[in-house]
Each structure stands twice: as structure tokens, then as C-alpha cells.
Design a protein around this ligand. Sequence first.
Ligand SMILES: N[C@@H](CCC(=O)N[C@@H](CS)C(=O)NCC(=O)O)C(=O)O
Length: 206
Amino acid sequence: MPTLYHAPNSRSSRVIAQLMLMGKLDAVDVVIVEIVKHDGSGRRDPNNAHPEGKVPYLVTDEGEHIRESAAIMMYLDELFGQPLSPRPGQPGRGSYLTWMAYSGGVMEPALVAHFSGIDHPALVGTFRTMVEVGAQLEVGLEGKGFLLGDSLSVADLLMASAFQWAPHLMPEIPTVKAWVQRVSDALDNDGLQSFESEALSGLEAA
Ligand SMILES: N[C@@H](CCC(=O)N[C@@H](CS)C(=O)NCC(=O)O)C(=O)O
């Protein structure tokens, strides 16, 4: 069974949401760990196998170690029969890969620069800003319910998660806001919330 290192209410929560959606939460050993938060609270958990103490982190049955949300989410989707992404050669595959890479390669740096209040020419030159991210999402969602068309994919889970946890960073674009809501509606929010509460209680009791 793969092992997922997870901290409640963090970037690894989107992996839990994905596993719930696929009905595969029981097929993964979830190790709940603490992390150091931006405000300095928390701690680096010795139980976390991630070399920098981050989450999410996945160790596969073959003993491979996978870091970065996009890689972990793609791996789990593929491991469980690819219910949430187009296979190679299928329509939407290129778009899927694009959004998965764009999430960590462009959106995350732009998002962090935005909420940190950093406006440096090198950052803007390399990643652009949240204005361009919003515009890309608006174009990508034109005439579609989800990023790849009518059905939800891992790309939606990954890309929308940033705005689910930080609604104040959501672009003021009706199409984008409606899509984030659609993605939220597709998730088992009650299930996720009770999983996270239980995980938090476990950490507090330890
Ligand atoms: N790009 C990485 C970011 C991972 C990341 O920064 N996770 C945060 C949790 S939201 C973390 O583990 N922080 C603890 C730390 O930086 O020590 C991913 O998406 O997997």
C-alpha cells in the first residue's frame, strides 16, 4: 500500500479529496504529520519522510519517493486506473498535462509573490502575475464546465484548490468563481472536514 504523508488543512488536503473522490482513501496508508506553518507555528515532524518536512509526500509500493502535489496526484490517478484524467492519445491529454505543470510551475510562484507583496521584474518576467493566471483560467474555461470539458479531472482539483483555501486570492472573474464553486460542489466536503478534524484531534492527543 502506498504511504501518503498528510498534514490537515494543507496542500496535501487536495490529495485526500482526490482519494475520497476516487473511493480509494482506504487503499492508501495516510500518515498524519505536523508541519511548520508560515507563522512559524508547528514543527518539523520526525515521522514525515519528506526530505524537507513538507507535505504532500508519497512513498510507493516499490519504495519510490514522490514529492510535489501534481506528481503525486497524477501518480495516484494512474495507479487507480486513471478515473480522473485522459489517457495518452485521448482528447484533452495535452491540456491536462499543461494545467498540471502550470499549477506548480507558474500559478504557485505567482500566487506566493502576490500574497507576499513581492513585485520583482525577474519574478514577473518569469512567471507573470495573478492577472495573467486569471486570464488563462478564463480562456481555458470558455464554454466548459471544467478545465478539460464537461467532466472534472485532477487538473481541476489541483488548480481550484488554491482558491478553495484562499478565496481572497481568487481572480474577480465570474467564470473562474463559478468553476471553483463547481469543483467544490463535486467534492465530499463533509467527509473531508470530518477526516481533517479527526486528523487534527489525533495530532493534538499525541
Ligand atoms: N509545491 C509543493 C509545495 C509543498 C508545500 O510547501 N507544502 C506546505 C504545506 S501547505 C508545507 O509542507 N510546508 C511546511 C514547510 O515548508 O516546512 C507541492 O504542491 O507539493
